[in-house]
Ligand binder design. Structure first.
Ligand SMILES: Cc1cc2nc3c(=O)[nH]c(=O)nc-3n(C[C@H](O)[C@H](O)[C@H](O)COP(=O)(O)OP(=O)(O)OC[C@H]3O[C@@H](n4cnc5c(N)ncnc54)[C@H](O)[C@@H]3O)c2cc1C
Length: 473
C-alpha cells in the first residue's frame, strides 16, 4: 500500500474513532476492492484472500452472495428448490473448489418425469409439434461438437485468445439460423434453446458466437456424457455461496453499492453506501476488481474514463427472470412449453422471440418454474404480467382447464442484465481486443459473465487466468 494512502486512511480512521459519531463514514484501506459477490466476485474473493494473501473487501448489493443462485425454501414443508442455477459444470477448478469449501456433492436430484405439451404462448393455443427423435438429436449434437471443437480455445474460459478481427472464423459471425442450416443441426435447436441457449434472446438471429457463449462446448460435452456436472448433496446450491460468505466473514459489505469513486494512478477512493442502514464506508485501495455486469447503470458511479465508456457502451444485453409460480390450472407433473404456431408440425428453426417465458415446468408441491428472457426493459412487473396474461390465454384457448384463481409468485429472482453482446460489425472492429485491453488499465480488472461466459465454472476458470495478472501488477 502506498505510504500516502496509509497515512490518509490512518488519519481518517482515527478521526472516526475519536468522534464516535454514527453519521461519520467508516474508512478502510484494502489491497483490492471487489464489486459484486456472485460467481466472478465470490470466487475471486476467496482466491485473493486465501491464496494470494490479499486484504480484500467485497461490495455486494444483495443481502447474500451468489448472484444467480436462487434457493427457495418452502416455509411449510422446509423443502428447498433451486430455481436459479441448477448445477455446476465439472470444468476447470470447480470440483477442487467445492472440496475446498467443504461442499459435498451428490447425484443429480431425481427428475420428476414431466408430460410435455406445446402451446403458442402468444395465443394460448396448443401446437402439434413433434420433437426430433433421440437418434437424430444425438447425431446432431455430435456434429455440433465436431464443428465447434476448433474454436473452444478461442473464447473459453474467457476471450483472451480470441482471434484478430480479420481472422474470426466466418461461421462464428453467422446468424445461428444460417449456421444450423449450413451444418444440418436442426435436430438440436430446441434442446439448445430449452437448456441455456435462450439466454441469447432471439436465438436464431443471434450470432453463432453468442449462442456458443450461452451453450458451448462444455454443455455439448455434458449432454454427450463427456463432462460431468456437480450437484450439492444438500440440494441447496446457495450452500456454495454461504460457505464463501463464512470464509470471507466481515470482508463482505452486504446490502451495499458504490455511490461514487475517484480513480487515480496513485489509488482509488470508493464510496460505498449500505442501502439498509444508510451508513457510508470510504475505501482506499490500489486495485479494483469489477464483478458486476458492466451496464451504464452499474458503471455510472465507477468514474469511467472516455476509453472505458467507449468500449463498454457497445454492449447490448438480455434481461432474465426466473421464478416459482402457482396456479391450479397448471398441470401437476407437466411441462407446458412455449412453441410458436409456425413451428408445427416439425419446423425446428422457429422459436419464441423476446419477451418470452420458455415454459412452465412442474417443480414439486404446487410449484412451477418459469424462465423468462426479454430485452433491456424487461422489468419484474412486465415479466409477472406476461405470466398472468399467458395463463389467461392458455385457459381461454382451452389448453389449460378453467379457473378464476390468480397466479401466485412464491419466489422470484430478477436476474437483470445478462448475456452481454455486441454486433458483428463491432466484433470486426476489434471489440474483443478492446475489451481485453481494459484488464489492468487504471489498476482495474473485470470479471464475470461479460468477460467470460454465463456459467459458474467457466467464470471461475477465467478468474484463475486473471487473478495472477492482477496480483503481479
Ligand atoms: C436462471 C438462471 C439459471 C442459471 N443456471 C446455471 C447453471 O445451472 N449452471 C451454471 O453454471 N450457470 C448458470 N447460470 C449462469 C450463471 O449463474 C452466471 O453465468 C453467473 O452467475 C454470472 O456471474 P457474474 O459474476 O457475472 O454475475 P452474478 O453471479 O450475477 O454476480 C453479480 C453479483 O453482483 C451483485 N451486484 C449487482 N449489481 C451490483 C452493484 N451495482 N453493486 C454491488 N453488487 C452488485 C449481484 O447481487 C451479484 O451477487 C444461470 C443463470 C440464471 C439467470
Amino acid at each position: 500500500m502506498a505510504p500516502t494512502l496509509r497515512i490518509a486512511s490512518g488519519l481518517l480512521a482515527a478521526a472516526t474513532a475519536v468522534s464516535g459519531a454514527s453519521w461519520i463514514p467508516s474508512f478502510m484501506t484494502k489491497d483490492v476492492v471487489i464489486i459484486g459477490g456472485g460467481a466472478g466476485g465470490g470466487y475471486a474473493a476467496v482466491r485473493l484472500k486465501e491464496d494470494f494473501h490479499k486484504d480484500i473487501v467485497v461490495v455486494e448489493k444483495a443481502s447474500k452472495l451468489g448472484g444467480h443462485v436462487s434457493t427457495y425454501t418452502d416455509p411449510a414443508s422446509g423443502k428447498s428448490f433451486d430455481y436459479g442455477v441448477q448445477n455446476f459444470n465439472n470444468y476447470g477448478p470447480a470440483a477442487a473448489f467445492f472440496q475446498r469449501l467443504g461442499v459435498s456433492t451428490g447425484p443429480a436430484p431425481p427428475r420428476i418425469p414431466l408430460a410435455t405439451q406445446y402451446a403458442d404462448f402468444t395465443t394460448g393455443a396448443q401446437v402439434n409439434w413433434t420433437a426430433p427423435d433421440a437418434a437424430a438429436r444425438s447425431a446432431a449434437l455430435a456434429t455440433f461438437l465436431n464443428v465447434t471443437a476448433p474454436w473452444e480455445d478461442l473464447f473459453i474460459p474467457g476471450w483472451t485468445n480470441f482471434p484478430q478481427p480479420n481472422q474470426i472464423p466466418a461461421d462464428l459471425l453467422l446468424p445461428f439460423r444460417d449456421f444450423v442450416t449450413k451444418h444440418n443441426l436442426h435436430a438440436i435447436v430446441n434442446q439448445v434453446f430449452q437448456v441455456t441457449g435462450s439466454g441469447a434472446g432471439n436465438m436464431m438471429d443471434a450470432l453463432t458466437l453468442y449462442v456458443l457463449s450461452a451453450f458451448g462446448q462444455p454443455m455439448i460435452k455434458t449432454f454427450l456424457g463427456q463432462l460431468g456436472a456437480l450437484y450439492t448433496a444438500s440440494g441447496r446450491n446457495i450452500e456454495v455461496y454461504e460457505k464463501i460468505g463464512q470464509r470471507l466473514g466481515n470482508a463482505v459489505l452486504y446490502n451495499s453499492v458504490v455511490t461514487s469513486s475517484i480513480r487515480t494512478s496513485l489509488f482509488h477512493t470508493i464510496f460505498v453506501k449500505n442501502q439498509v442502514t444508510g451508513k457510508t464506508t470510504v475505501i482506499f485501495t490500489k486495485k479494483l476488481l469489477i464483478a458486476i455486469q458492466p451496464t451504464p447503470a452499474n458503471t455510472e458511479p465507477l468514474n469511467l474514463d472516455v476509453y472505458e465508456q467507449s468500449v463498454l457502451s457497445k454492449f447490448n444485453w438480455q434481461t432474465v427472470h426466473a421464478g416459482l409460480v402457482s396456479h391450479p390450472s397448471l398441470p401437476i407433473n407437466g411441462s407446458v412449453v412455449n412453441m410458436p404456431a409456425a413451428a408445427a408440425p416439425d419446423n425446428y428453426l422457429v422459436l419464441p422471440t423476446v419477451d418470452y417465458n420458455i415454459r412452465f415446468d412442474y417443480f414439486g408441491q404446487n410449484l412451477f418454474r418459469v424462465l423468462m428472457v426479454g430485452d433491456k426493459n424487461f422489468s419484474k412487473a412486465k415479466a409477472q404480467q406476461l405470466i398472468r396474461n399467458t395463463v389467461s390465454k392458455l385457459i381461454q384457448a382451452g389448453t389449460l382447464p378453467a379457473s378464476t384463481a390468480q397466479v401466485q409468485f412464491p419466489a422470484w429472482a430478477d436476474h437483470g442484465p445478462m448475456h452481454m453482446h455486441v454486433t458483428k460489425q463491432e466484433l470486426q472492429n476489434g471489440f474483443i481486443q478492446k475489451l481485453n485491453s481494459l484488464q489492468g488499465r487504471r489498476d482495474t480488472w473485470w470479471t464475470g459473465g461479460a468477460f467470460s461466459h454465463q456459467f459458474q465454472a467457466l467464470i471461475w476458470a477465467f478468474n484463475d487466468l486473471l487473478l495472477p495478472q492482477l496480483v503481479a501488477a
